[in-house]
Design a protein. Structure first.
Length: 313
């Protein structure tokens, strides 16, 4: 297992290096006069040139990237070109907002998907058809429409939750829960639809195996068979889909944070990308890649624990 984890970490480190290089090169392709944007159109050319020089933009792109990488590996992500704020401080201040949403969606998706999937896979019949309809409906409904319906019903009409804003957990746990509930529900609909169908299919496949019929013939109860044998073998495909859903959550967070007025990583990405603030964008991209690598590593470790044959892959 240790060799298995080491291989995954090495692959993740290489991925980080490649993506950081490609991202920096792509961000440097547009011919944008950053000094002019910072100082304004009326600024003198010598002042603009001096500003670009102070930012290191007069050097070759490869040299700029090498300098950024040398500082990044030491934990220095630089400062924002437009706000002069430390990038690490700016990102860390918004990270808890997005992390709260992603963690909440992951928990809700895992619990609800496994309950629905196992229920449908074991009971079949009408229960199975209902779960399939829920899955299709969850996929068919656009994310923005689900979000707007939740806001109109639970925030505007019923007044159970705030329509916009975010309350930190340290300030008020109850207020934090009320501000993240609707965003979590909005993102959970599509996630539950996808993962529950995967769990259902995996449970049905495992229930058809010969060893399950043998266990039933020996007099074991269905509940014991499902929780002791079926779930272990059916969890691997569902975990793979759950890991892919995490990547989709990072994209969905942009829309949700914009609608609910949440000061998270998603809204920050939109703001600083339009400005062309490379130090901040690089930090956000690397944070996203690290999150994806860690989630995939966790999924691989869980699958390897559930199925030792997967460790040799």
């Amino acid at each position: 297992m240790l060799n298995f984890i080491a291989r995954r970490i090495a692959a993740g480190a290489i991925l980080l290096l490649v993506i950081s290089c490609l991202t920096y090169l792509l961000l440097s392709l547009p011919d944008i006069d950053v000094g002019r944007q910072l100082l304004g159109q009326g600024a003198a050319q010598n002042a603009v040139d001096a500003k670009n020089t102070s930012l290191g933009l007069d050097r070759p792109v490869i040299e700029q990237y090498a300098d950024w990488l040398a500082h990044a590996v030491r934990g220095d992500l630089g400062v924002s070109w437009f706000t002069s704020e430390d990038v690490g401080t700016a990102v860390s201040g918004r990270l808890p907002v997005t992390f709260s949403i992603v963690l909440g969606v992951t928990v809700v998706t895992t619990v609800v998907s496994f309950l629905l999937g196992v229920w449908a896979g074991v009971r079949r019949g009408a229960v199975d058809r209902v779960v399939q309809v829920i899955g299709v409906a969850g996929y068919a409904l656009p994310g923005f429409l689900v979000t707007l319906i939740l806001v109109l019903v639970f925030a505007v009409q019923l007044g159970w939750f705030p329509a916009i804003g975010y309350t930190p957990f340290a300030e008020s746990p109850g207020g934090w829960l009320s501000t993240v509930t609707l965003p979590v529900l909005a993102l959970s609909v599509a996630s539950v639809a996808g993962v529950s169908q995967q769990v259902r299919g995996a449970v049905i496949d495992v229930m058809r195996q010969d060893y399950v019929r043998t266990l039933k013939a020996r007099g074991l109860t269905t509940r014991r068979i499902v929780f002791k044998h079926v779930l272990r073998n059916a969890s691997a495909p569902a975990l793979s889909v759950l890991g892919m859903q995490f990547v989709g959550l990072l994209g969905g967070a942009v829309l949700v944070e914009q609608i609910f007025g949440l000061p998270g990583i998603g809204s920050m990405t939109v703001t600083y990308t339009t400005r062309g603030d490379i130090p901040v964008i690089m930090a956000l991209v690397m944070l996203t890649v690290v999150g994806v690598v860690l989630i995939n590593l966790a999924v691989d470790v869980l699958i390897g624990w559930l199925n030792p044959k997967a460790r040799v892959a």
